[in-house]
Design a protein around this ligand. Structure first.
Ligand code: ADP
Ligand code: MG
Length: 317
């Protein structure tokens, strides 16, 4: 048996109850439930670009699947199957064991089966493709926002970006805050439960991977609308709240990537239902603004217009 084959058997083969055929043949065989559409997405993580070369392999495993599951959440789809294409510079079994542990921890948490992939030698590079199901016609799309929609965001923004700034020594965090922020950066929690519930409530949705303004911008572009957003209304960690006057903190919240929270728009008639949903899911859902006819995003802080055209809000760091 080739060494690659052994690795696949040892680290990437698990039971795949949701597939008719999983790892081991030339292709996996799947069945999409009647009345559902297949939702597919892929994300590539390159060492040195998307994670540090010396990052914990458990975290890399978790995150490479989690960021894909987050795309399913943003579509209102139930994640079901994943494939993994991985290039490895060397066969490092302790690294692979930890990577596999992180990947399957995430897979188990979100009930996703790894049904196939490809393993090759090369500079460390990880591509996960995710497949999920959504009732036909019910997916949450970027082009569905309507004029005067409320704009909502889940969770607390900015922690992951602050964690990255800490790793890059742009800011020094005390240990407790650093721990929280690094956890947000390394092991994000995709909001699948929220995404599924929003199918009946939201008009549009996106997951925040590149920063709130950039990702909300994608919804607005696709829907041909603008928006006003109040920075004060965005939930964030107490540490960020306490230093909300600082530019770097504002940047973390508005432009920091890697939060994997959901930004969505909904008609005002859904306001009460969405507030209740926050209680049900025990997840902050912040009403941060509304869509406007005037294109572009206006951000206010303490009722003053914030200058977001300056460098830093497009390209954080
Ligand atoms: P082929 O030469 O037909 O492409 P491979 O030797 O690449 O077959 O893969 C053998 C089986 O192992 C296939 O079912 C493939 O999907 C699976 N596989 C390969 N690499 C991985 C991986 N990293 N994770 C999960 N499954 C994998
Ligand atoms: Mg192959």
């Amino acid at each position: 048996m080739s060494p690659e084959f052994n690795l696949i058997a040892k680290y990437f083969t698990r039971a795949t109850p949701s597939a008719d055929l999983g790892v081991g043949d030339d292709a996996a065989l799947l069945r999409v439930s009647k009345g559902y559409q297949l939702a597919i997405s892929i994300d590539m993580l390159v060492a040195g670009t998307h994670f540090f070369h010396d990052a914990a392999p458990y975290d890399i495993g978790w995150k490479s699947l989690a960021v894909n599951i987050s795309d399913m959440a943003a579509m209102g789809a139930t994640p079901k199957w994943a494939t993994l294409a991985i290039a490895l510079p060397e066969i490092n079994e302790p690294w692979l064991a930890e990577f596999s542990r992180g990947l399957f921890a995430c897979a188990d948490r979100f009930k996703v089966d790894l049904i196939g992939g490809d393993t090759t030698r090369g500079p460390l590079n990880i591509s996960v493709q995710i497949m999920g199901e959504v009732p036909t016609g019910e997916a949450l799309r970027r082009d569905g926002a309507k004029l005067d929609d409320d704009i909502w965001v889940s969770g607390k923004l900015g922690s992951a970006a602050l964690g990255l700034a800490h790793l890059q020594r742009k800011i020094t965090l005390e240990s407790e805050v650093a721990e929280h922020c690094l956890q947000a950066l390394h092991t994000p929690m995709p909001r699948t439960d929220l995404g599924l519930t929003l199918r009946k409530k939201a008009n549009s949705c996106i997951d925040i991977s590149d920063g709130l303004l950039a990702d909300l911008g994608h919804i607005l572009d696709a829907s041909n609308l603008g928006a006003t957003v109040a920075l004060d209304n965005i939930a964030c960690h107490d540490f960020l709240r306490a230093r909300l006057d600082e530019a770097i903190i504002q940047q973390c919240i508005l432009a920091g990537g890697d939060d994997y929270e959901l930004a969505f728009t909904a008609p005002q008639s859904q306001r009460h239902a969405i507030e209740q949903l926050a209680h049900q899911l025990d997840l902050p859902l912040s009403l941060i603004g509304k869509t406007t006819e005037k294109l572009g995003i206006e951000v206010t802080y303490k009722q003053q217009l914030l200058d977001i055209s300056k460098k830093g809000f497009d390209h954080f760091g």
